[in-house]
Design a protein around this ligand. Structure first.
Ligand code: NAP
Ligand code: MG
Length: 489
């Protein structure tokens, strides 16, 4: 089995620990590669390299930085099929979604490459004569990037691209379940011409490598995507630095009695069981108008029965495995919790193997769920959907908002007024009308409210804020001392 290394200042470095972590294919349970189990010392060496590289990288004109990202996009486009297959092998999602993961990376690289020629600030007036004022974007410094496994190329690129175009250097720690996809993204940037030391790559556990990145005072900013529990650790331990958190969700779809039911069923099936429910924007609740509840249940069950579990590389597979055994156990635990709390298990609810292997779980549907039940409140990150009945829009929106998360939500209705009221009243960072809870585009801001994050957005023009500081500049050409607030009346 191939052993990979950390990348520090462009060099392949063996971890001081001498220990390794193993990346596993979740469909076959076969080990793919070994990576170093990094140490805090490895992280500090990576920070040394990033600090040194920062001295020159910060002064490279942003359009030149953007050109490297554009070249990376072009290289990745050529390599899309191989990378998509690797995503499927290391993470488990079906090949169409593995390719989607890579496409999202290409899209973000292209979009952010153009940002090199924008990075807009404001110019404005001064209250004093012969004086002007403006804002410019400045880099944050050395940034720590910590990513989850569920979008193993896209989330690293969602962070790396804006981080680099803004002139920062980085220490990047991928999730321990998908280090190879993370490594490939760093190699891609190297091939595209990124200077050594600008991105340093350290693998290893969250509690060692991740915690050192979070706590180290020489890191000026953290961009973290992952669970709320670890997000909470990050915010408590980062000290005074810029922190962006993209955390979990408990996303819902409202289906009103006037909805196009076929359309709604397509969106629910895709949202709940696509990526085996392991998207931060996955649909884990459906809140249905009482009048169409039975019909929706019948339609969903008919579709769920047809979903085929299997290795995501096979074209016949609809639903791939979960990421690892712990994920299977967690989802199964929630099946018990749902039943104990009085919900009705309609279909699924059991662990599965395909050809005797793999971390599979049968697509699961609960009905008779009330908004306060744990299966309606807590993120499971698996193929389990909870159906809640509501009498009217107000109660449906109340149910939608009754969770502590606020990432994504959707409503299916053909009534403009109903749609607009839902858009206004739903507490979420993303709201979809007549489409599923998933499907973000890179040029629009992405992120959530409530305990889904701390106000940061990635993607879109707002995505740049997480990776840059605003510097306010006053230029006085009056030739005399002018005092704001004093010399004006
Ligand atoms: P996780 O367990 O929180 O891990 C995320 C990353 O944090 C991994 O790289 C992990 O390293 C690292 N980590 C763990 N403990 C740490 C610590 N004490 N200090 C610093 N880093 C630490 O999340 P996950 O299971 O990988 O991903 C699933 C979660 O991510 C879900 O909650 C999902 O909703 C969320 N997510 C959110 C978004 C969004 O944009 N809002 C997008 C995707 C996923 P190891 O892998 O080595 O443990
Ligand atoms: Mg894996």
């Amino acid at each position: 089995m191939k052993q990979f290394h950390n990348i520090i200042n462009g060099k392949r470095i063996v971890s001081r620990s001498g220990e390794t972590i193993v990346s596993v294919n979740p469909a076959t349970e076969q080990a793919i590669t070994r990576f170093p189990k990094g140490t805090a010392q490895d992280v500090r060496a990576a920070i040394d390299a990033a600090e040194k590289a920062y001295e020159t990288w910060k002064d490279v004109p942003p359009p030149k930085r953007g050109q490297i990202l554009l070249r990376a996009a072009q290289l990745l486009r050529k390599d899309k099929l191989a990378m998509g297959r690797l995503v499927t092998m290391e993470m488990g999602k079906v090949l169409a979604e593995g390719l989607g993961d890579v496409q999202e990376s290409i899209d973000m690289l292209e979009y952010i490459a153009g940002e090199g020629r924008r990075l807009f600030g404001h110019t404005t007036t001064s209250e004093l004569p012969d004086k002007m004022a403006m804002t410019v974007r400045a880099p944050v410094g050395v940034m720590g990037l910590i990513t989850p496994w569920n979008f193993p190329t896209a989330i690293p690129i969602w962070k790396l691209a804006p981080c680099l175009v803004c002139g920062n250097t980085a220490v990047f720690k991928p999730a321990s379940d998908t280090p190879l996809c993370g490594l490939r993204m760093v190699e891609l940037l190297e091939k595209a011409g990124l200077p050594s030391g600008v991105v340093n790559f350290v693998t290893g556990s969250g509690s060692t490598v991740g915690a050192e990145i979070v706590k180290n005072k020489r890191i000026s900013g953290i961009s973290f995507t992952g669970s709320r529990e670890v997000g909470d650790f990050v915010i408590r331990n980062a000290g005074v630095k810029k922190v962006g958190l993209e955390l979990g969700g408990k996303n819902g779809i409202i289906v009103m009695d006037d909805a196009n039911m076929d359309l709604a069923v397509d969106g629910i099936i895709f949202g709940a069981y696509g990526t085996t429910g392991q998207r931060c924007t996955a649909t884990s609740r459906v809140i249905v108008h009482r009048k169409v509840r039975q019909r929706l249940e019948r339609m969903l069950v008919a579709r769920i029965k047809k979903l085929r579990l299997g290795n995501g590389l096979r074209p016949s597979t609809d639903v791939g495995p979960l990421i690892n055994q712990a994920a299977v156990d967690k989802v199964h635990e929630y099946t018990h919790i749902g039943q104990e709390d009085g919900a009705k298990l309609v279909i699924g609810g059991s662990k599965a193997k395909v050809n005797g292997k793999g971390y599979f779980y049968k697509p699961t549907l609960f009905t008779n769920v009330t908004p306060d039940m744990r299966i309606a409140q807590e993120e499971m990150f698996g193929p389990t959907l909870s159906m809640i009945e509501a009498k009217n829009l107000d109660l449906a929106v109340d149910a939608m908002n009754s969770v502590t998360y606020g990432l994504s939500a959707a409503i299916y209705t053909n009534d403009v007024r109903t749609a607009m009221l839902a858009v206004r009243d739903i507490e979420a960072g993303l709201v979809y009308v007549n489409s599923s809870t998933i499907g973000s585009e890179v040029h629009l801001p992405f992120g959530g409210v409530k305990q889904t994050g701390n106000g940061a957005r990635e993607g879109g023009i707002e995505g740049i804020n997480e990776f840059s500081e605003t510097k306010t500049v006053y230029i006085d050409y009056s030739g005399r001392l002018q005092k704001a607030q004093i010399d004006t009346d």
